[in-house]
Design a protein around this ligand. Structure first.
Ligand SMILES: *Cc1c(COP(=O)(O)O)cnc(C)c1O
Length: 370
């Protein structure tokens, strides 16, 4: 069997070459490169895809989408934002970018998601927001989070960078909080050919602020009513994403199918990151848990099978975030998971047979090791 990659964006491109090239050509011929019809149309189409009443605002990356959400909510220095330490670093760097302080919540070992039972104990008078991270394409119970927070004026900003197409209780991830942030980094379930991001909010006023913030704080007259930044989704990426959005449902279904293949093949004793209750997982990543993770990973690599660890270092234990004052042992479940998790090859173009092959190899290797 030839190499099995963790991810392959060229395989995806070959299935839509002509349509993609035509879309990019359309932008080049229009001469309109920044905040034109493509971005406007994509914002509308993505809002429609999410299927809830609300507005989308295209920005330059997923990190910026989080920053713009927090700026629009007025979160800044001295404010605390509760999130998790087993996430992509940008979740946390975004909090720091607005000057706020991240407060880490430990996770549920089964789902690898924020442990809602622990959130209440972390709330202080300075808490302004919670950022639940829908890690791997799994979905945090945002309604449950809301009830934990009770009547407090604490905003919920969903980090949906890994959760395009995921659902909970029949609603799309990203439509359950006060604002949400999506990334279109190339490897995500909906990926651009470069960087891109999207904010969503059900609140028109908040969306209007987001629109100003992404363009220097301008109100449409080159006049700043507030401070902003420069974070725009560009027309070429929006055109690319419009072509891909039409296929997103089909791709997410393929991911679910591959997850079912892995689920069927892998020996029952192999642990996995489990979907939460009422979740339709979007399988951005298919993650297993094993005590011999590093050895298994080495052997898979030698067999030509690509894997990755999302993420090897919990954020609170990295040097760059030492100043937050956390130490080993403070988030025991997060720390334990970091030593067990392994992400298997997952992308819509991966054939079932190859996922079966990967699962079979893992069974063999674990059998040998045990
Ligand atoms: C990718 C990712 C981000 C950041 O997105 P960028 O587009 O790379 O800035 C934020 N949060 C999570 C959970 C991610 O996976």
């Amino acid at each position: 069997m030839s190499k099995v990659r963790l991810f392959d964006c060229v395989a995806q491109y070959s299935g839509m070459r002509r349509e993609m090239q035509a879309a990019i050509r359309r932008v080049l011929n229009s001469g309109n490169l920044i905040l034109g019809d493509e971005v406007r149309s994509f914002e509308e189409e993505f809002a429609e895809y999410l299927g809830a009443k609300g507005q989308c605002v295209g920005v330059a990356s997923g990190t910026d989408a989080l920053i713009v959400c927090m700026m629009a909510l007025g979160i800044s220095r001295g404010d605390e934002v509760i999130t998790v330490a087993n996430t992509a670093v940008p979740t946390v760097s975004a909090v720091r970018s607005v000057g706020a302080t991240p407060v880490f919540c430990d996770v549920d070992e089964r789902t690898c998601l924020m442990d809602l039972d622990m959130v209440k104990g972390l709330v202080t008078p300075r808490t302004r927001a919670v950022i639940p991270v829908h890690l791997f394409g799994n979905v945090v119970d945002v309604k449950g989070l809301r009830s934990v927070l009770g009547g407090r004026r604490i905003s919920i900003i969903e980090d949906c960078a890994q959760a395009h197409g995921a659902e909970i209780g029949g609603r799309k991830a990203g439509t359950l909080g006060d604002a949400s942030a999506f990334s279109f980094y190339p490897t995500k379930n909906l990926g651009a050919y470069g960087d891109g991001g999207m904010c969503w909010s059900p609140d028109r006023d908040l969306a209007r602020e987001m629109r100003k913030i992404r363009m220097y704080g301008f109100d449409g007259r080159h006049y700043c009513e507030r401070e902003g930044i420069n974070s725009r989704l560009d027309e070429i990426q929006a055109a690319v994403l419009r072509v891909k959005l039409k296929r997103l449902d089909e791709w997410v279904e393929r991911r679910r199918r591959l997850a079912a293949v892995y689920g069927g093949v892998l020996l029952p004793e192999i642990g996995r990151a489990e979907p939460g209750p009422r979740v339709r997982h979007a399988y951005h990543l298919y993650v297993i848990k094993t005590g011999i993770r590093d050895k298994l990973r080495e052997r898979l690599d030698a067999a030509g099978i690509g894997t990755a660890i999302h993420y090897p270092f919990p954020i609170h234990l990295m040097k760059g975030y030492e100043f937050l004052g956390y130490a080993k042992g403070m988030l025991p479940k997060t720390e334990r998971l970091a030593g067990l998790i392994l992400s298997l090859p997952m992308y819509p173009e991966l054939e079932d047979g190859r996922a079966e092959y990967v699962g079979g190899k893992i069974n063999e290797m674990l059998g040998d090791a045990g």
